[in-house]
Design a protein around this ligand. Structure first.
Ligand SMILES: Cc1cc2nc3c(=O)[nH]c(=O)nc-3n(C[C@H](O)[C@H](O)[C@H](O)COP(=O)(O)OP(=O)(O)OC[C@H]3O[C@@H](n4cnc5c(N)ncnc54)[C@H](O)[C@@H]3O)c2cc1C
Length: 404
């Protein structure tokens, strides 16, 4: 008997790199369509860093289409309004029920729980497709398919796929290997945030304090907690929970039990945009394609909407390639042209959405910056006008990503 031949590499329709919220959701969408795919994730378990908490109505609708919104609604908390307070008192209240008839609220759910529920749903729909501890190292686009080399427990494996999707976050290796530029910058705005037991009397309302020294935001979380976010003049990495509680007390008069803080983080904010979302058979979605300031809570939602737009394009492209027309015929050429134009449309529309989300986040940050006492009455007047009855529905739609 001669030497054993190495097994030929596996061939999939789609390979998703990154099992964060966006990659997991795309996996659920593809599971529904019946093609072959896998999600490669380098981490052994879901990230425990507390990042996104806000899930907006368009994303809830998308999540509902793969049957996971129900579990999220059960685990989360419904924020139905945002109360805005100026230096001396209330400026108005944004009624989030005006944003959507189907999901008249923003759902608050820590990102870790969101990822756990998405992973559980993916496991139900397509068991074994999420491959943890698998880090993508190399990608080669052959024109007709891609080869992806990953490392799993020190072993290198090659998988072939018709398309590879980079959902591997803002430091995306897929993007780097494809040579796609990621343009952007760091804003001057810095924040300190922490989760504490809810000591306010505001129930399920979010609160925005537009103070002269800088904004304080606070959002209810499931489990009787609240997330407080305070704009600071510098990045306070060394700050303690007591420090954050003191800043909140100075600016709002609210008392926070510092000893019961369950999460504390200082962060700065950036914006970036990949020059391309599609190069050959490589596609970027989520933070790999665009990083938006988290003030306004849009990044994860934006990534889910990328996946929602991308899934049917991939499914169609794979079906057409596999229906027997992939010979050197006119039909094959027209299929390739259709795929290219669908991918180009996807890129154009999603880059436009990312642009809008970036500008909206910038407006949010601008409204929360420290302000001179002379200008503050003008800003308060403007905010009151924006929260007035005729403009409210528009504002509610903007704040819940209804135009993305
Ligand atoms: C403080 C803060 C608050 C936020 N709040 C909100 C909010 O309220 N609402 C909102 O919508 N967004 C919010 N965001 C943004 C949100 O967290 C991100 O937009 C979201 O995590 C992006 O998801 P993603 O799946 O694209 O990327 P990620 O979450 O970064 O996931 C990428 C995954 O890819 C994996 N990976 C990377 N490289 C490889 C590789 N080579 N091989 C295999 N796997 C790889 C990583 O391990 C990771 O699991 C917030 C962000 C911050 C920092």
């Amino acid at each position: 008997m001669g030497p054993e031949l190495p097994e030929p590499p596996e061939m999939l329709d789609v390979l998703i790199v990154g099992g964060g919220p966006v990659g997991l959701f795309l996996g659920c969408l593809l599971a529904r369509s019946g093609g072959s795919f896998a999600v490669l994730e380098k981490r052994a378990a879901a990230s425990v860093h507390s990042r996104a908490i806000g899930i907006h109505p368009p994303a809830l609708k998308a999540l509902d289409s793969v049957g996971v919104a129900g579990a999220m609604l059960e685990a989360g908390l419904r924020i139905s309004s945002g109360i805005v307070r100026g230096e001396t008192g209330a400026l108005g209240e944004l009624d989030l029920r005006l944003a959507s008839a189907e999901f008249p609220f923003v759902l608050s759910l820590p990102q870790q729980n969101t990822e756990e529920l998405l992973e559980a749903r993916l496991h139900q729909l397509a068991p074994g497709t999420l491959r943890r501890c698998s880090e993508v190292k190399e990608i080669r686009d052959h024109g007709t398919h891609v080869s992806v080399v990953s490392e799993e427990g020190g072993e290198r494996k090659t998988i072939q796929a018709r398309f590879v999707v980079g959902a591997d976050g803002c430091r995306s290796r897929v993007r780097a290997l494809a040579g796609i530029e990621y343009r952007g910058d760091t804003y001057g705005d810095k924040y300190l945030m922490g989760d504490f037991p809810d000591t306010t009397a505001y129930g399920s309302a979010a609160l925005i304090y537009l103070r002269r020294a800088g904004v304080v935001e606070c959002f209810p979380l499931p489990g009787g907690l609240r997330r407080w976010v305070v704009r600071t003049d510098s990045l306070r990495r060394e700050a303690s929970a007591a420090h954050l509680a003191e800043l909140v007390r100075e600016r709002t008069g609210q008392y926070l039990p510092a000893a019961e803080c369950s999460m504390l983080s200082a962060f700065e904010v950036r914006h970036h945009r990949a020059a391309r979302m599609v190069v050959g058979r490589q596609v970027l979605i989520g933070d790999a394609a665009h990083e938006v300031s988290p003030i306004g809570g849009q990044g994860m939602n934006l990534g889910w909407l990328d996946a929602l737009a991308q899934a049917p394009v991939l499914v169609q492209a794979v079906r057409q390639a596999g229906d027997g027309t992939h010979t050197r015929t006119q039909a094959a050429r027209s299929t390739a042209t259709q795929t290219r134009s669908a991918l180009a449309r996807f890129e154009r529309e999603r880059q436009q959405s990312a642009w809008i989300a970036t500008r909206q986040a910038e407006l949010n940050m601008w409204a929360g910056r420290p302000i001179h006492a002379r200008i503050q009455p003008g800003r308060d007047w403007l905010v009151r006008r924006l929260l007035s009855r005729p403009i409210q529905p528009l504002l509610a739609r903007a704040f819940t990503m209804r135009w993305l």
